[in-house]
Ligand binder design. Structure first.
Ligand SMILES: *[C@@H]1O[C@H](CO)[C@@H](O)[C@H](O)[C@H]1NC(C)=O
Ligand SMILES: *[C@@H]1O[C@H](CO)[C@@H](O)[C@H](O)[C@H]1NC(C)=O
Ligand SMILES: *[C@@H]1O[C@H](CO)[C@@H](O)[C@H](O)[C@H]1NC(C)=O
Ligand SMILES: *[C@@H]1O[C@H](CO)[C@@H](O)[C@H](O)[C@H]1NC(C)=O
Ligand SMILES: *[C@@H]1O[C@H](CO)[C@@H](O)[C@H](O)[C@H]1NC(C)=O
Ligand SMILES: *[C@@H]1O[C@H](CO)[C@@H](O)[C@H](O)[C@H]1NC(C)=O
Ligand SMILES: *[C@@H]1O[C@H](CO)[C@@H](O)[C@H](O)[C@H]1NC(C)=O
Length: 371
């Protein structure tokens, strides 16, 4: 009986805080949820048809912290990412009451891309009752007209995190985006919301930060009361988000999964695992990725996440999910990552990176696929 009451309160948190009619992240059953994480599998040669499609994903949310394997494809219309975005598709024409911003360094259904703006992908949707911020790694996604999963996004692993927020948080999201300079393909900023949050004016005007400081860590409290820390950097920072900002701020080393393919014909653009004594916090690039239902290598993975790692003892259970890579070109781009401290989610994430590249022994190449 007590357990049942506690369960009802727990599941009801988001709707209680955000109120009826508010936008929220939606779970696999289209119910409001405080946060969820999805990890799309890369396309792999496998006897399982679903995995061959490159559209399968695993999923966890605030109400069940373990990887669920729903056997649903990203192009289907009965899952958390779809239900969350559907609120935008259904309500985008109401420009009086809704704030929204859709950004991606590669525009959906288009050949337009930006080599200079933030290396960022995401969607934020709010009305006066609340909203969400979805941060992800999927190229050319999502379309601003109707839901579809782009064919170019099937090959590699992709990750995203959606967090539900109270309306009061919207100004803070706008400030982080002012630092990172996203490449925006769709936005709507109601005048009345600009009166509530001056920082929205920058989004309406499409301007970004050009003076120091070039980094900003902002604490966020989700609609359900969970603390997150968003790290934003402007391209003018000129350094690595993970080694030069996140690790020293959180006071921990990190294992980072990010995209490190050839660029301009060579691997020389990759930052590689970084240890620079006497700096105390090392940052290592992931090599082998292990999930409960499929193993692959970092070469197969376009997602961008980080897990706390220390040379001895136990790390503080920090993890981060974002949209920028560890590459030299991306030191000069805006970008960010959403971090949080969580003793339940961390153990699930820390199993993902099975091996990582030590410092100064980098040999990242496509042959890794077979390793
Ligand atoms: C999703 O993609 C798979 C193949 O990758 C296809 O068989 C299926 O029909 C698609 N589903 C929808 C709803 O388009
Ligand atoms: C949580 O998800 C796991 C994996 O899918 C499942 O086995 C378990 O029954 C779920 N727990 C609840 C409370 O829904
Ligand atoms: C993509 O572009 C084509 C050609 O302009 C158009 O027919 C199609 O509806 C677009 N798809 C989406 C989801 O916007
Ligand atoms: C929709 O997105 C495309 C890029 O994919 C962009 O060119 C177009 O202006 C957007 N339309 C609206 C109404 O924002
Ligand atoms: C790409 O590589 C060529 C030759 O390897 C070099 O001359 C050029 O400067 C590089 N371009 C960039 C943007 O790094
Ligand atoms: C990363 O490793 C590659 C391949 O060994 C090398 O070419 C490149 O110079 C390294 N990058 C840095 C920043 O040292
Ligand atoms: C993934 O690799 C681990 C360790 O090498 C192994 O124990 C596990 O069975 C593999 N999982 C799958 C699904 O192949």
């Amino acid at each position: 009986m007590i357990a049942a009451i506690v369960m009802i309160l727990f599941l009801g948190t988001v709707s209680l805080v955000n109120g009826n009619g508010a936008y929220t992240c939606r779970d696999m059953n289209d119910n409001p949820v405080d946060w969820f994480i999805f990890y799309k599998y890369p396309r792999m040669f496998d006897e399982r048809d679903f995995i061959n499609s490159g559209k399968e994903f695993i999923y966890m949310d605030a109400n069940n912290i373990s990887w669920q394997y729903p056997k649903i494809l990203m192009n289907d219309t009965n899952h958390a990412v779809y239900y969350t975005l559907k609120q935008y598709y259904d309500n985008k024409d109401n420009t009086q009451d809704n704030f929204y911003i859709l950004y991606n360094d590669e525009f959906p259904n288009s050949t337009i891309w930006s080599p200079i703006s933030g290396h960022q992908k995401g969607v934020s949707l709010f009305n006066a009752g609340g909203g969400y911020w979805l941060i992800h790694s999927i190229p050319k996604f999502p379309s601003n007209s109707s839901y579809e999963f782009p064919s170019n996004a099937v090959y590699y692993g992709q990750m995203g995190i959606c967090i539900s927020f109270p309306y009061e948080t919207l100004g803070k999201i706008a400030t982080q985006l002012f630092y990172t300079y996203p490449f925006v393909y769709t936005k709507n900023v109601p005048q009345r919301m600009i009166s509530d949050f001056g920082s929205l004016q920058n989004i309406a005007d499409g301007i970004h930060k050009t003076t120091s400081p070039y980094t900003r860590m902002q604490s966020f409290i989700s609609a359900g009361g969970k603390q997150f820390m968003h790290f934003a950097k402007s391209g003018l920072f000129g350094k690595d988000l993970y080694y030069d900002f996140v690790a020293p701020t959180l006071a921990t080393g990190l294992l980072v999964q990010s995209w490190m393919h050839k660029s301009n014909g060579s691997y020389a653009n990759n930052l590689n695992s970084t240890c620079r004594p006497p700096d105390p916090y090392n940052v290592y690039d992931a090599h082998k990725i292990q999930t409960p239902f499929l193993n692959f290598t970092s070469y197969d993975d376009h997602s961008k996440y980080a897990i706390a790692h220390v040379e001895s003892g136990l790390p503080y259970p920090y993890l981060c999910i974002g949209d920028i890579n560890r590459q030299i070109t991306q030191t000069k781009r805006g970008g960010g990552t959403m971090c949080f401290l969580d003793g339940s989610v961390f153990p699930v994430f820390s199993q993902l990176i099975e091996t990582f590249y030590p410092c100064k022994s980098f040999k990242y190449n496509h042959y890794d696929i077979k390793n």
